[in-house]
Design a protein around this ligand. Structure first.
Ligand SMILES: [Zn+2]
Length: 378
C-alpha cells in the first residue's frame, strides 16, 4: 500500500500558462561521483541534457507575456569566465552545445506567431547561477529582465571582469534589470516551499528551494484547470531520479516494464533481474538504500551543495510534489525523460492526459542496466 499524497495547499485559480520545453542542445558528461555520496555499480557516466522552459501567460484581453526558466549552457563556452573555464578543464567535463536559446527561438518557423521571438521575452529566470543554467542573457534585448533568487546580489556580485575570480560574467546583467525575488516570511507557501506568484493570477509560481546553490528557485506552473494539473520545473533541486524516487508515496513496483531499446541505453533491462540483484546487495555495498522500495537510492554529495541540510530538506519537499498525480516533476538534467517529453514548439500542457508522468516514472532505473548485464545470469 502506498502512502497517500499530502496536500500541497495550492491556492485555487482559473488561470493557466502554456509551458513548452526547449532542448537547449546542451549535453554534459560528468562522472556521477561529482554528484552523489554513494556510487551504484555500472553507473559511471551522467550524460546530462539541460532543459529550458518557455512559459506564456495570456491575459483576459489576449495579450501575452513570455518568460524563460533557465537557459542551458551558452553556445560560446570560450566566453565563460576564466576561473570557471579552468575549473571545468580541471574536472574533465565534456560539454557540447549546438545553439543558444535566443537563436532557437528566432529560428523556429513559429517565431513571432504562436511562439515568441527572443525580442518578446519579458524575463529570464535563473534557477541558480551555475553555468549550465545561465546561458547567455546578452543575446536577449535589454528589455529582458534577469530574475534571480534570494541572496544572489549580495553573494554573487560583482561578476567578471570586475571580480577576476567570479564564475559569472557581468555582461549577463549589464544594461538590463536584475531582479531578485524576495520570499517574505510569513507569506505564501505551497507544500514545504515559500512561493511567489509571478504573474499575480495563480498561473505560475517561483518556489524558494534552497540548498544546491545561493538562491536556488524552482518553477511551478498550472497547466490545466478542472482538473488542476501542474508542471514542476526542478532546476538542480535534484540531479537524478534516484535522488527523489522511490518513496512511500510511489514505492518501487514488483515488476518494471523496462524491456525494449531506448535512446539513452540501448540495453534490454529486465526489471525482475535488476530488482533481484539490488535486493541481494550485489549491485553495491555502499549505497545504503539501494534496492529500497520506499526510499531514494542516491544522496546528494555534500561538496556539490551550497548547504547540504537545506539540499536534503528541499528534496524531501520535492518528493511531496512528486507524490501528486496532478504534478509532473521535471528536473533540469533528467536524461531519462528525454524520449518522453514533448518539445518546443509543442506544449507539455497535456502531459496528464497523455500519461507522460506515469509512463516515464521508473525510466531512471535504466541507468543501472549494467547491474542486470553483469549479475543477471548469476
Ligand atoms: Zn545544473
Amino acid at each position: 500500500m502506498s502512502k497517500p499524497a499530502p496536500s500541497l495547499g495550492v491556492p485555487s485559480s482559473s488561470s493557466t500558462v502554456s509551458v513548452r520545453i526547449i532542448d537547449s542542445t546542451t549535453l554534459i558528461n560528468f562522472s556521477p561521483s561529482y554528484f552523489f555520496e554513494t556510487s551504484i555499480y555500472g553507473h559511471d557516466d551522467l550524460a546530462a541534457p539541460a532543459y529550458v522552459f518557455l512559459i506564456t501567460n495570456t491575459a483576459s484581453d489576449g495579450s501575452k507575456r513570455h518568460i524563460l526558466f533557465d537557459l542551458g549552457v551558452r553556445s560560446d563556452p570560450e566566453n565563460l569566465a576564466p576561473t570557471l573555464r579552468e575549473n571545468l578543464k580541471h574536472v574533465g567535463a565534456i560539454i557540447n552545445v549546438e545553439k543558444g536559446i535566443a537563436q532557437i527561438l528566432d529560428e523556429a518557423p513559429t517565431a513571432g506567431k504562436s511562439t515568441p521571438s527572443s525580442k518578446e521575452i519579458e524575463a529570464i529566470v535563473w534557477s541558480h547561477h551555475h553555468f549550465d543554467h545561465t546561458g547567455n542573457p546578452s543575446t536577449f534585448p535589454s528589455s529582458t529582465t534577469l530574475v534571480v533568487g534570494p541572496g544572489f546580489k549580495s553573494k554573487m556580485l560583482p561578476g567578471y571582469p570586475e571580480d577576476e575570480k567570479s564564475s559569472l560574467t557581468s555582461s549577463d546583467w549589464e544594461g538590463r534589470e536584475l531582479r531578485e525575488i524576495d520570499f517574505p516570511s510569513p507569506g505564501l507557501k505551497i507544500g514545504g516551499f515559500k512561493a511567489f506568484d509571478y504573474f499575480g493570477d495563480g498561473s505560475f509560481y517561483l518556489l524558494d528551494t534552497p540548498g544546491h546553490a545561493v538562491g536556488h528557485v524552482c518553477g511551478f506552473a498550472r497547466v490545466s484547470v478542472s482538473p488542476d494539473t501542474f508542471v514542476f520545473m526542478g532546476g538542480d533541486a535534484a540531479h537524478h531520479g534516484a535522488e527523489f524516487k522511490p518513496t512511500e508515496y510511489h514505492p518501487l513496483p514488483d515488476s518494471l516494464p523496462l524491456t525494449g531499446s531506448f535512446k539513452y541505453h540501448s540495453i534490454p533491462c529486465p526489471g525482475e533481474v535488476l530488482l533481484q540483484a539490488i535486493a541481494d546487495g550485489r549491485a553495491n555495498a555502499n549505497a545504503k538504500n539501494l534496492g529500497s522500495r520506499t526510499e531514494p537510492w542516491y544522496e546528494p554529495l555534500a561538496a556539490l551543495c551550497y548547504d547540504k541540510p537545506d539540499t536534503v530538506a528541499t528534496i524531501r519537499s520535492l518528493e511531496e510534489f512528486d507524490a501528486q498525480d496532478s504534478v509532473f516533476v521535471i528536473i533540469a538534467h533528467d536524461g531519462s525523460l528525454k524520449e518522453t517529453l514533448k518539445w518546443f514548439p509543442e506544449e507539455i500542457n497535456g502531459w496528464a492526459k497523455e500519461n507522460l508522468d506515469k509512463s516515464s516514472r521508473w525510466y531512471f532505473i535504466r541507468d543501472f542496466a549494467k547491474v542486470v548485464d553483469d549479475f543477471g545470469s548469476a
